[in-house]
Design a protein around this ligand. Structure first.
Ligand code: AMP
Ligand code: GLY
Length: 422
């Protein structure tokens, strides 16, 4: 009987997961909850609330799934992985207790301290006055972060006391992040290149994925406000396999061991956001899931069966080695709606999707729905990621931009420098 996988979530990362799982040699059936208009072409869609553990378990049972993979952080923090495991379903994703390493930046700092993992100096505060005094001790610039989940918007790099006052007041007194901002982390501002290094663990063994870079600001040259990510590239020449292996020993493995020692073993995806500083690599943050849009550049490079790899993880039988990778580069360019990352417009018909796929790209959908006449229309800030392969980053980049140019919708915006100069 065909095997079935359930992917929880409905963005570009989940579309990339669905595609990678569906390419398994055993041709599994894929169900995605809640999915989106593009995912519907490759999976059966179930419209449920992905952060409701009972609803997700009900779908998993009804669909007799052999493997559940949880894409975003919110369902993990809400305990969806705990509920699936309690129902006897093989699951990729940490328990709510272990997901705190993303859900609380203060907890992440505590674990890094315990495990001896290099990170920015700093501490936690609950008042503006304490925050300013810690910032003065650390020296400007400082990074000020809401402790809890803030959809990527909870970090300010403050260059002066005035900027720090503003950020601390917004978080702690005006409560712009709600409860997520009851506590703030204040830490030294780090300088360097950022890299994303993702590994999976079954609670003990660790297997890393190839390194990637995410481009967060909206405009070319890293100008303008931060977004969820405007593109990604893998490999990155300044983080080769040897250095990536060293970083796993420095960061991921000690954290996985610390989580097990402290009674919250971590089984799932551990994403380290790292700054390569003049004093060596330092952790900026952990995520407990695949990166978006890094996944759109990483999974198309895998040289192994994604279903089998993730099933082995879920069964506690992960091979303790890096995942196998094809010697190819991938560049993923995000096409966003007009106005993003501010107020966006939606409902614009998208043309050229088939042409871009015919030209060799994977077009991963993030914010799309089926319109009244059956056409695909925009429905979110990040609409698509056009992901293309090449023998080199330069080749992959040329192909990604050629394919992105075949797609159109009113108000489309994208960066033109993803993967440039690598
Ligand atoms: P985070 O959600 O913690 O990764 O922070 C989001 C972004 O803020 C990171 O990708 C960095 O660009 C920036 N950032 C976070 N922490 C620091 C820091 N200590 N120094 C400088 N920039 C930082
Ligand atoms: N690409 C950044 C993230 O997934 O958090």
């Amino acid at each position: 009987m065909a095997r079935t996988a359930l992917v929880v979530g409905g963005g570009g990362r989940e579309h990339a997961l669905v595609r990678a799982l569906s390419r398994s040699a055993t041709r599994p059936r894929i169900v995605c909850a809640p999915g989106n208009a593009g995912i519907a072409a490759h999976a059966d869609i179930r419209k449920v609330n992905p952060t409701d553990p009972a609803e997700v378990v009900r779908v998993a049972r009804e669909e007799s799934v052999d493997l559940a993979v949880i894409g975003p952080e919110a369902p993990l923090v809400a305990g969806v992985a705990d509920a699936l495991r309690a129902a006897g379903i093989a699951t990729v994703g940490p328990t709510a207790g272990a997901a705190r390493i993303e859900g609380s930046k203060a907890f992440a700092k505590e674990i890094m301290d315990y495990a001896g993992v290099p990170t920015a100096e700093g501490g936690t505060v609950q008042t503006v006055a304490d925050g300013l005094s810690l910032a003065a001790d650390l020296g400007y610039p400082v990074a000020i972060k809401a402790d809890g989940l803030a959809a990527g918007k909870g970090v300010t790099v403050a260059r002066s006391e005035a900027e720090a006052t503003q950020a601390l007041t917004a978080c702690l007194e005006h409560r712009v992040f709600g409860e997520a901002g009851d506590t703030c982390v204040v830490e030294e501002g780090l300088v360097g290149k950022e890299v994303s290094l993702i590994a999976v663990s079954d609670g003990w063994r660790v297997s890393r994925f190839p390194a990637a870079r995410d481009y967060k600001p909206i405009r070319d040259g890293d100008e303008g406000p931060n977004t969820g990510g405007m593109g990604s590239v893998s490999p990155i020449p300044d983080l080769d396999d040897e250095l990536a292996d060293q970083l796993v020993e420095l960061v991921h493995r000690p954290v996985i061991a610390a989580m097990a020692e402290r009674g919250t073993p971590f089984s799932g995806v551990l994403y380290a956001g790292l700054m390569m500083t003049a004093d060596g690599p330092k952790v900026l943050e952990f995520n407990v899931r695949f990166g978006d849009p890094e996944t759109q550049a990483i999974l198309p490079r895998l040289g192994e069966d994604t279903f089998d790899l993730l099933l082995a993880l879920a069964h506690g039988e992960l091979p303790d080695r890096p995942v196998r990778v094809r010697p190819e580069a991938v560049v993923a360019v995000v096409l966003a709606s007009e106005g993003y990352p501010g107020e966006i417009r939606t409902g614009d018909p998208i043309t050229g999707l088939a042409a871009a796929e015919d030209a060799g790209a994977d077009v991963f959908h993030a914010g799309t729905v089926v319109g009244e006449r059956g056409e695909i229309v925009t429905s979110g800030g990040r609409v698509l990621a056009v992901s293309a392969r090449g023998a080199t980053v330069a080749d992959a980049r040329a192909s990604a931009y050629h394919c992105a140019g075949l797609i159109g919708f009113d108000g489309v915006q994208y960066r033109t420098d993803i993967g440039a100069g690598l």
